[in-house]
Design a protein around this ligand. Sequence first.
Ligand SMILES: [Zn+2]
Length: 498
Amino acid sequence: MEEKHAAVWKEFSDFLERENAVRTALTLFDWDNETLAPEAAAERTAGAYGVLSALYQELFVSGSLDGLLAKTKALEGLSPVERALVGRVEKERNRLLSIPKEEYRRFSELTAVSVQKWSLAKKQNDFAAFAPVLEEILNMRKRFASYRAKEGQSLYDVLLSDYEEDFTEGKLDVFFAELKKGLLPLVREVSRRQKEHPVTCDFLFQSYDVEKQRHWNKWLAAYLGFQFSKGVLAESEHPFTTSLHKDDVRITTHYYKNNLESAIFSTIHEAGHGIFEQGNDEEVTQTLLGGGTCGVHESQSRFYENMLGRSFAFWEPVYGRLQKTFPEQLGEIPPEAFVRAINRSQPGLIRTESDELTYCLHIMIRYELEKRLMNGELSVGELSGEWNRLYEAYLGVVPKTAGEGGLQDIHWAMGEFGYFPSYALGNAMAAQLYVHMNRERNLEELLRAGELDWISGYLREHIHRFGASKGMEELLTEITGEKLNPGYYIEYLKKKYL
Ligand SMILES: [Zn+2]
């Protein structure tokens, strides 16, 4: 029996090794596209990308995998992670099996060039130029979802299940309704107060030498616990994190000469993602369970960015160093003023520049729009108008250009419909975690003493090591004793801003 077990598991492991090799190549192409590849490369490289994607699909839809999965599932004595991995492979097989080969390849090629087309249209504020591409991506996404939709399941629900399995449209409607009820009056009250007593922040937008920023941000990432022996910090237009495995984790940030804050908070955010990836266990890294589920991933980046990175306690041991790096700009600015500035709240148009308080309203708007796009209640032609209407209703501001409006984010251009809710779920999870961890240790005391090890150790022990083998609800229940409860997040924001 043991021998048979070993032989089957070996065959399954061989399959995993092959699919991982192809997936790694695709990840590297993505990384290269966003960081170093010249603009002219996209169209030609897309062909190679398409072939690799087709190869990836072939591996999963091969008839022999069916028999192998059946044999592997029948094995006794699999660990919970091994069982989760088998389940994950089966889910990926079913997804890929449902899409005709030609269509899958076409979609891969399309999304390999669509990002640059979007980027150009955004620069020129020309929504009409990108609309046909978006239309094609949307239609393919809808068709793919329809191939595997279960009886009575909405197309949007099919996509949501790829990102954070526990959360369906119905559950998210309730979640967002609760957030909206708590947030809208709070945002109005806070912006009324800040209008009466404006927060000074102009010192953040003086001229900051980019080379010095690079140096500082690298130090900051290491201070947070990102290990440079197993990772890199590079630059890209839109900061992101990717990894080949736990010993090769790549994060990016973006430096602006006239904005000190932007790179700092991108670095902290992506370092949060990176620390997660570096903390994966041997068992999950380099498999489909590597990294983590989307919402949980965002909970870690937002935890570092907001709960830690915007607190006064965090900056106490660190701010002097920043002042020394930029004495002309910050020499006369006391830490209190700096922390007040990085916590100002003002309803704005741009999600990635928005403050902690208004951030979820930006997500809510995208959630409503992509849900309606996917479910056929909104057309690409109507998108800009609806975008503007919702911004006025929720945030009291109206975009003047397409770049500030419907072309703002990269996600839809990449075909990622259903990802946005992960950000809001992540924020709520981060607040719930924070309250819970604070009961075990006083986090502010740790931050003030510059002791971040306990925090990263706790997160590794309870979250990072499991990769994507556990979803948000399971993790939260294990750690805090209850499922996701947005009440903690609203309370956290009230306490902080009022
Ligand atoms: Zn993120």
